[in-house]
Design a protein around this ligand. Structure first.
Ligand code: NAP
Ligand code: BGC
Ligand code: ZN
Length: 353
């Protein structure tokens, strides 16, 4: 069968011919429909994050998938069911406390592998297998958009952690600042727009479809070249909630300046090493004297996937149609990895239901 794999840091993704996987007991064989591409895939392709399974040179890409169950005896799933797979699996050393507790999203990197990202092959192939417990049911009406369940679930989990950090007092947030209007940031804007006065900061020139989407959702677009993150409270308004999705390491620290008292910033970007100066004393003081919080968040588990399904069903059609810029078939797969400035979200389509 066809799969799309990469040698990280090498010449880019290519089509591989690999054997069709055989499901073991408790596993499902899934026929892949669509697999999305995000900033993490580009970091993996460039060699900056993750890598192939131990002893292998190539990694089959893909961690945002939707597919149809082909066979899944004694698992509770039936042939024809639509499913989205979660990303994390136990490491080569085997099960550990995080997986036993059903909280793989809280495992540190050495206690997990991530399919399509780090240490395990992903879902960008005509078929994949997965333990049934790592599959979440997707309604039939979401066949086209089910590959967005994983990225929305990641944002659901980050918002859950951020809210949990503010749950000991009467937190009544009104303003949210999303850093980045790329593939993850725009989903966060769509999720927060009904509840918050949302602004979204990036460094794109108008006209741009991602800016149009922010504004049509009722949000304000802030250009980081005119309004740096730390200046947002002076030029716009302080944020009760910051959702960082740029991967720009300085934004972790500048977020502290952008927060309102008692606010929280959820950090999701995955930068590489970068040394720079910050006024640590000032930032420490601002965190303490106004009860601000920073919380890092990665990955998501089945309950976040289920919440993501409901969330996607609540998104207006116009948002989904304009957010997904390009869906290509396997033979045209390079187009899904192009970093064209006007592109927001891309996916590879292996099959239709
Ligand atoms: P993306 O599509 O590349 O979006 C990132 C956006 O941030 C781009 O529009 C980028 O603009 C903008 N940006 C970067 N640096 C900036 C700066 N200094 N000022 C203003 N805007 C800036 O990537 P993504 O898929 O949304 O992912 C975003 C980050 O989240 C990545 O680091 C990814 O690894 C991470 N991520 C983490 C999780 C998690 O579980 N924690 C899940 C998914 C993704 P340019 O195009 O001009 O660079
Ligand atoms: C994926 C997460 C993963 C994270 C770190 C994100 O793009 O959506 O599932 O945990 O990257 O590798
Ligand atoms: Zn991702």
């Amino acid at each position: 069968m066809k799969a799309i794999g990469v040698e990280p840091g090498g010449s880019g993704p290519r089509v591989l011919d690999v054997p069709r996987p055989e499901p073991s007991a408790g596993e499902a064989l899934v026929r892949t429909l669509r697999v999305g591409v995000d900033g993490t895939d580009h970091e993996v392709i460039g060699g900056g994050h993750g890598g192939p399974p131990p002893g292998e040179e190539l990694l089959v890409l893909g961690h945002e998938a939707v597919g149809v169950v082909e066979e899944a005896p004694d698992t509770g799933f039936e042939p024809g069911d639509l499913v989205a797979p979660t990303v994390r699996r136990p490491p080569p050393a085997g099960q550990n406390e995080y997986f036993r507790r059903g909280e793989p999203e809280m495992a540190p990197p050495e206690a997990t592998v991530e399919r399509g990202i780090d240490g395990a092959h992903g879902f960008m192939s005509e078929y994949f297998t997965s333990p049934a417990a790592s599959l979440v049911a997707v309604p039939d009406g979401l066949a086209r958009w089910g590959f967005l369940v994983e990225p929305v679930s990641v944002a659901e989990k980050a918002l859950e952690l951020a809210r949990a950090s503010r749950s000991s007092f009467d937190w009544q947030p009104e303003t949210a600042l999303v850093l980045g209007n790329g593939s993850l940031g725009l989903l966060a804007v769509a999720m927060l727009a009904g509840e918050f006065d949302v602004s979204c900061l990036d460094r794109k020139d108008r006209p741009h479809p991602a800016i149009d989407i922010v504004e049509r959702l009722g949000g304000a677009y802030l250009d980081a070249r005119e309004t740096p993150v730390a200046a947002v409270p002076d030029h716009h308004e302080p944020a009760d909630l910051v959702f960082e999705a740029t991967g720009h390491a300085k934004h972790a620290f500048e977020s502290i300046e952008a927060l309102a008292p008692n606010g929280v910033a959820a950090l999701l970007g995955v930068p590489g090493p970068w040394r720079f100066e910050v006024d640590g004393g000032r930032l420490h003081q601002r965190l303490v004297l106004s009860n601000r919080a920073l919380v890092g968040s990665v990955n998501s588990g089945p309950r976040h996937f289920r919440r993501a399904v409901d969330r996607i069903e609540s998104f207006p059609d116009w948002f989904l149609e304009s957010y997904v810029s390009r869906v290509v078939d396997v033979d045209s797969f390079p187009a899904a990895f192009e970093t064209n400035d006007q592109m927001i979200k891309t996916a590879v389509e292996f099959d239709t239901p």
